[in-house]
Design a protein around this ligand. Sequence first.
Ligand SMILES: Cc1cc2nc3c(=O)[nH]c(=O)nc-3n(C[C@H](O)[C@H](O)[C@H](O)COP(=O)(O)OP(=O)(O)OC[C@H]3O[C@@H](n4cnc5c(N)ncnc54)[C@H](O)[C@@H]3O)c2cc1C
Length: 303
Amino acid sequence: MDKRHKEALIRLSGDKVVFNCPMAQYTTMGVGGASEALYKADELDELRLLIAFLNSEHIPYLIIGRGSNLLIKDNGFEGVAILLKGSLAGIERKDGDDLTVLAGAGLPLVDLITFCRNSGLGGLECFAGIPGTVGGAVIMNAGAFGNEFGSRVQTLEMITREGNLIQKDRAQLMFSYRRLEIEDGQVAVRARIILERESKEVVTGRIADYLKKRKIGQPMEYPSSGSVFKNPPSQYAGRLIEQAGLKGMRIGGAMISEKHANFIVNTGNASARNILDLIFLAQSKVKEQTGIELEPEIKIVGN
Ligand SMILES: Cc1cc2nc3c(=O)[nH]c(=O)nc-3n(C[C@H](O)[C@H](O)[C@H](O)COP(=O)(O)OP(=O)(O)OC[C@H]3O[C@@H](n4cnc5c(N)ncnc54)[C@H](O)[C@@H]3O)c2cc1C
């Protein structure tokens, strides 16, 4: 980005852009270098202008939800990291008969689930404990206990690279394992989520049960990015890594979790390099022993 680009971003944003911004605090793993700029967008029209501008100037950008499936490398991200806030993180429901809600992509999943519970709407309880946003859950097609978030999405509004707002309905949304097919550079801004009528007490109970199961199976006591690898067909990545003898393996401050081998945790002072080295180690050991290539689920960005 040159001086002219920076001035244009300041004109567009007022005080909502920060340059050379350390990114560790914007990911749940808590590692990574700085982004050239961090832009907190809170209105749709502003975001449309921003996306059109960045594309017309060929400036890379990265939408960050809660950064809970994201590893930013130690030398940071050359481009603009974008957070969706304000009206891009809102939630609406027409009336008490409506069995859908319209959720902004920047809305934390926990707020969506709480809103549904308080409105007597069920269906999302299994996703309780996933520390992402609605946008991240849609783009990653987050999954839990045999359910996929994509199955709850009725429509999705997105911004194209040209800054136009488009809407896709269920039939046009191609969800697969931890993936929604979208064109490069498109930004999810709002999803209509389909729910079921359910009593607040039942929803509350189910949320508590799912959170309990998570606590037993996942290393919640350390920062992480959730599952590092996708499960290969009819296999569990965690089991393959455990069978390769890597549970508890440490490089620097990063460790393959003792509790769940598909989690790499930050025990306090990990660098992105430490985490990447453990990722390569797990891939090479599992490949050597089983011939299976583990594919990262987490998104690895930057330099
Ligand atoms: C403790 C823990 C438990 C977890 N448990 C689960 C689990 O059970 N199931 C599961 O599936 N995942 C799980 N995860 C991983 C992660 O929380 C999910 O993938 C989540 O959906 C990611 O959301 P996010 O908002 O943090 O996305 P981010 O990590 O910020 O982003 C992920 C990707 O989506 C893109 N993106 C985000 N928002 C948008 C948008 N609006 N438009 C376009 N692109 C966008 C980003 O650019 C990036 O490529 C867990 C993570 C942790 C730390």
